[in-house]
Design a protein around this ligand. Structure first.
Ligand SMILES: [Zn+2]
Length: 275
């Protein structure tokens, strides 16, 4: 994917991908420009990369507001850089966590679930989708049934759920929640557009529950364990170089199973519970 190049992805939406490719960000963070000649909304200005922010300001003369899906370092630090160049407000949601968060994000307005930002020619509905991050929001462009999913759904890589701000049960519930909406396509924070949003949500839920079963089986087999001791058995289909990342999601699975009282915790170990 070419970075810092403006691509028209639908009649109302353009995209610029930031030059921050990595194992977490795929080809880089997508910034979306939504709207028309009169009024443009910027979704996720991305990391603090001056060249990327220049590409955003050069894209339109009528940038009117910034929306943020969540405040991880690859999504929101660009807000401050953008606001240093042009005087427009930023909206989003905040979190109590400080770990792996962008402390510079100070929204002019805190959005709430169900709120609709209505402009001439387009409207964006706010959908609260905790799981990847407690303050994660998706935005639905009603005219195109296009859902901006940030890191709730990515194209090409599995979303990391890192406790305590990340929560596996919330993540699954937020995927179910999306199925209540009439959706045509997904515009993810990383990667290309995805069709069939409801099937995508179902596939991810199934995939996570399969992984959860592997966690249960691994604990049953070993009698007890923690992310360090279980990662090899649970992620036997994943390259060992990714184990440090996989361990976060594994911990999220263990916390979910403990909450459901299917396993229990003593010290730093989780134990199989006979039912
Ligand atoms: Zn994120």
């Amino acid at each position: 994917m070419q970075q810092e190049v403006i691509q028209q992805v639908t009649p109302l939406v353009r995209r610029i991908t930031a030059a921050n490719p990595s194992v977490f960000t795929g080809p880089g963070t997508n910034t979306y420009l939504v709207g028309n000649k009169e009024d443009v909304t910027v979704i996720d200005p991305g990391p603090a990369l001056a060249k990327h922010i220049d590409a955003i300001t050069e894209s339109s003369e009528n940038l009117a507001r910034i929306l943020v899906t969540h405040t991880h370092p690859d999504h929101s630090p660009g807000v401050k850089l953008l606001q240093d160049k042009i005087d427009i407000p930023a909206y989003g949601f905040i979190t109590k966590t400080t770990e792996n968060q962008d402390p510079s994000f100070k929204p002019e307005k805190i959005l709430s679930h169900g709120e609709v930002i209505k402009r001439d020619g387009y409207s964006l509905e706010v959908i609260h989708t905790p799981g990847h991050a407690s303050n994660h929001l998706c935005y639905l462009l009603l005219e195109e049934k296009l859902l901006f999913t940030g890191d709730h759904i990515m194209n090409g890589s599995t979303v990391v759920i890192s406790p305590p701000d990340g929560n596996m049960q919330d993540y699954l519930d937020s995927l179910e929640k999306l199925k209540n909406y009439d959706l045509k396509n997904i515009a993810p924070g990383h990667g290309e557009l995805l069709p069939n949003p409801h099937s995508v949500a179902d596939w991810i839920i199934d995939h996570r529950l399969e992984r959860e079963n592997k966690v249960l089986n691994a604990i049953k087999e070993a009698g007890s364990g923690n992310p360090d001791s279980l990662v090899k058995a649970v992620y036997d289909d994943v390259d060992a170089s990714l184990f440090p990342i996989a361990k976060w999601s594994l911990e999220a699975h263990l916390i979910k199973l403990e909450t459901e009282e299917r396993i229990y915790k003593e010290g730093n170990k989780f134990f199989w519970k006979e039912s």
